[in-house]
Design a protein around this ligand. Structure first.
Ligand SMILES: Cc1cc2nc3c(=O)[nH]c(=O)nc-3n(C[C@H](O)[C@H](O)[C@H](O)COP(=O)(O)OP(=O)(O)OC[C@H]3O[C@@H](n4cnc5c(N)ncnc54)[C@H](O)[C@@H]3O)c2cc1C
Length: 431
């Protein structure tokens, strides 16, 4: 069979492969990706994102149990693992749809099937829907990832143990879960299932937990777990609250008088940020502009030339510089800063963070009022996309100290809300 030729041929659609494919195809280079099962790789399908999704459900369960501490009384808590799983499945479906859309928009061809090399730079693909194709690439990239291994423990394989894939599909709560391996994946599952209410035992054959981390990290974690084991379970919740309160108090000192406005474009961050900075006589810093100044290129050019990982690094660096330079400042950030967990954690730790939000319709009409018609002109699905982005980021935005809803407000009304919030957070603001 004669091979079909591509400039770029990628086996496996994991994290690196898909970004490379989209970028190359957008640059006009014929590109094909061969994927046998997980569109987008394991991270959005069976690893990082679904595990964090279920871990979040477990966190909600733990908080619901502690509702009374916050003045919220609830009835008995019941765990519905089928609903936990369905919530996760919906998230994965959304992710797959978003990936498919990216393939379509970029022009990279996604071929669902199993690939194997039959000649140099040449793959034979057994398509999932039947038939075979032979593909050759000027450049071929291998991004086939890894999968969970079942250790050679006698009788283990016959017991059909759960890997991460099956564990994330459970629709019932095991009474007792034994986790083999005390790395971060095992410990995350252990904590989540304990929070759901299972008894959990972690078995680690090596000398320490988290053996891929530095020894002092393992030692600190083991010490924390030892200490926790000595506290009667009913006192744990109170202990956690004390700890959280203490951390919040010391974080307050770290935040100085830095106010960061986060949220999607069109909520009013720039307008309100500028008004606030002027009112307080503090510097006004637009983080994106700072990134551009430091890098010497516009953000679209930066991403095009150096990729989004470099953009994220630059964004983090720029934020570190702004924090080091200003004890008091009003900072606005791009809506996507929450997608960069380290940078967002830094922002939450070192600034008073305020989520400026609005209804999706208002986001859209304000962006258009700024004279930018691209959202509507290029994409009829723009509103649906906006709603989806807002939904996907809602939990992250909600980690801000304060939320201000500007829907239906004039700038002055929103500004009055913002001033009240800033006064509460920093003691400054009102004239
Ligand atoms: C439960 C769990 C939670 C995790 N959480 C996190 C986290 O929070 N943060 C983090 O950074 N990392 C996390 N990880 C690790 C992270 O998921 C992986 O490191 C990452 O997904 C690996 O990406 P990859 O691109 O190398 O491979 P993958 O994403 O696995 O991509 C490889 C792809 O190649 C395909 N493939 C393989 N062989 C063929 C073939 N012959 N033909 C066609 N297709 C093929 C596979 O189907 C797969 O889709 C987690 C891992 C697990 C198990």
């Amino acid at each position: 069979m004669k091979a079909e030729r591509f400039d770029i041929l990628i086996l496996g659609s994991g994290a690196g492969g898909k970004l490379l494919a989209w970028h190359m195809a957008r640059s006009g280079r014929p590109t094909a990706v061969v994927e046998r099962r997980w569109i987008g790789g394991s991270c959005p399908n069976v690893n990082c994102m679904p595990s964090k999704n279920e871990i979040h459900s477990a966190k909600v369960a733990s908080q619901a149990r502690r509702g009374a501490e916050y003045g919220v009384r609830t009835g008995a808590i019941e765990i519905d693992m089928a609903a936990v799983r369905d919530r996760k499945r919906n998230m994965v479906d959304d992710q797959i749809a978003a990936h498919v859309k990216n393939y379509q928009a970029s022009g990279a061809e996604l071929i669902m099937g199993s690939g194997r090399f039959v000649a140099p730079k040449t793959l034979e693909v057994r398509r999932n829907d039947g038939g075979t194709r032979v593909l050759a690439g000027d450049r071929v990239f291998i991004n086939v990832g890894t999968h969970a291994a079942i250790p050679g423990v006698p009788g283990l394989e016959a017991a059909a143990p759960l890997t991460n894939i099956e564990a994330l599909e459970l629709d019932y709560l095991p009474r007792h879960l034994i986790v083999l391996g005390g790395g971060y994946v095992g410990l995350e599952f252990a904590q989540a299932y304990r929070r759901f209410g299972s008894r959990v035992t972690v078995i680690e054959r090596g000398p320490r937990l988290m053996s891929h981390e530095d020894p002092d990290v393992s030692a600190a974690l083991e010490r924390i777990l030892d200490l926790i084991a000595q506290v009667p379970p009913r006192e744990l919740a109170g202990l956690a609250s004390d700890l959280e309160a203490r951390v919040a108090r010391s974080a307050g000192a770290d935040r100085g008088r830095r106010i960061a406005l986060i949220g999607l474009r069109g909520a009013g961050k720039s307008t309100l940020g500028r008004m606030l900075a002027q009112h307080l006589g503090w510097p006004f810093v637009e983080l994106d502009r700072r990134v551009e100044d430091e890098y010497g290129a516009s953000i679209p050019d930066l991403i095009e030339m150096a990729g989004s990982a470099t953009f994220r690094r630059q964004e983090r660096r720029a934020l570190e510089h702004v924090i080091a330079e200003h004890e008091a400042a009003v900072i606005t950030t791009a809506g996507g800063i929450v997608a960069n967990p380290e940078t967002y954690a830094l922002l939450l730790r070192r600034t008073h963070t305020i989520w400026i939000k609005a209804r999706p319709q208002e986001h859209m009409s304000r962006v258009m009022a700024q004279g930018d018609f691209r959202p509507m002109a290029q994409n009829r699905q723009a509103m649906a996309d906006l709603v989806a982005i807002l939904e996907a980021r809602r939990a992250d935005y909600a980690r801000a100290e304060v939320e201000i809803d500007t829907s239906g407000d004039s700038p002055q009304q929103s500004f009055a809300k913002l001033l009240r919030a800033v006064e509460r957070l920093t003691g400054e603001g009102q004239p």
